[in-house]
Design a protein around this ligand. Structure first.
Ligand SMILES: NC(=O)c1ccc[n+]([C@@H]2O[C@H](COP(=O)([O-])OP(=O)(O)OC[C@H]3O[C@@H](n4cnc5c(N)ncnc54)[C@H](O)[C@@H]3O)[C@@H](O)[C@H]2O)c1
Length: 322
């Protein structure tokens, strides 16, 4: 295969690029390096293009034709929920305009296979124990809206062209498959806990009075290497002609509470962690866990790694960086 990976110099994209190269696929990266690190994809062709710029459609078309691309994986997007609340129009420009330019370029270049990074943020605050893909999507912030709009845009283009696409709704991504590809952002529970400890401060648990087994919020933590593998399964399904259900949850199907994550990190560190209990944060659903039966049945993919693997890889990276 010859795969163009937008956002391939990013955290998740670079893991997928690594897997594609390991199995011998050709890869070209498109990234504006706004949050990407070129060393993650050293030695591979990298086209520096801002997908949201007006000239992006033509540049992307050129890149697809020059590199004989047959499939595209689209990671390039802004991903910070809080920032999206503060700068909504910029998020729509980046994530929605960027996808519109990419979809136009796919048509121009005659490339008809696309894998899209969506998010569990499309669900908002669902009142179900595990969330199947047909749950009503009611995102509660501009970031989640841009992902849901992206899914709609893809569906609408699929309805009138030969495009075939799979949209992957990631749950809580964490860990590192290779230390040098680890996330540099400190936005999610695992890196936040490690950063607080490194600063000599106790991690804070935002609310321990939720209606869950131990009172803390439950999420579905997916190891980034498993997530990367799901993209390979999606690409292979598109190459084989699959076109049934096009949105899939990517998680483990297992929930872990904030306290359980902190325990896993404590085990990986080999030292106890004393957390502080703080107030609840607005917009935190008590429980958000993927129903993963569709992706297992239709793409033959399931997560292999668990919380202990996530914690071990995160601690390894954290120690190396310090
Ligand atoms: N990390 C998560 O927990 C998570 C969860 C759900 C969904 N996602 C989605 O997965 C995708 C990848 O996330 P990530 O964690 O690897 O983020 P990341 O920021 O590490 O990677 C995104 C990459 O896209 C590039 N990029 C951003 N805007 C661009 C633009 N306008 N033009 C060209 N390149 C641009 C950045 O430079 C970066 O290399 C994103 O679409 C994100 O919304 C991530």
């Amino acid at each position: 295969m010859s795969v163009l990976v937008t956002g391939g110099a990013g955290y998740i994209g670079s893991h997928v690029v690594r897997l594609l190269r390991e199995r011998g696929d050709d890869v070209v990266i498109v990234d504006d390096l706004s949050n990407g690190i070129p060393e993650r994809v050293a030695g591979l062709p990298l086209e520096r293009i801002d997908l949201s710029a007006p000239e992006a459609e033509a540049s992307l078309k050129d890149a697809m034709l020059t590199h004989g691309v047959d499939s595209v994986i689209h990671f390039a997007a802004k991903k910070q929920v809080g920032e999206s609340v503060e700068r909504p129009l910029w998020y729509y420009r980046q994530n929605v305009d960027g996808l519109a330019n990419l979809l136009a370029a796919l048509g121009d270049a005659g490339v008809d296979r696309l894998v899209f990074s969506s998010s569990a943020a499309v669900y908002g605050m669902p009142d179900r124990l595990t969330v199947p893909e047909n749950t009503d999507c009611r995102p509660i912030n501009p970031y989640g809206q841009t992902k849901l709009i992206g899914e709609w845009m893809i569906d609408d283009v699929m309805a009138v062209t030969d495009l075939r696409a799979i949209k992957l709704r990631y749950f809580n991504v964490a860990g590192a498959g290779w230390p040098e590809l680890a996330d540099t952002a400190v936005m999610n529970l695992v890196p936040i806990v490690l950063e607080r400890l490194a600063a000599g401060k106790p991690p804070v648990i935002f609310g321990d009075d939720y209606d869950t087994e131990d009172g803390t919020c439950i999420r579905d933590y997916i190891h980034v290497k498993d997530l990367a593998d799901a993209h390979i399964a999606a690409l292979d399904a598109l190459a084989a002609g699959t076109n049934e259900h096009t949105s899939f949850n990517v998680g483990t199907g297992q929930g872990a509470s904030v306290k359980e994550v902190i325990e896993a990190l404590s085990d990986a560190l080999g030292e106890p962690i004393d957390a502080e209990i703080g107030a609840r944060r607005a917009g935190d659903p008590p429980r958000l866990v993927a129903d993963t039966s569709s992706i297992a049945a239709e793409l033959g993919w399931k997560a292999e790694l668990g919380l202990a693997d996530i914690a071990a890889s995160a601690v390894e990276v954290h120690r190396a960086r310090r």
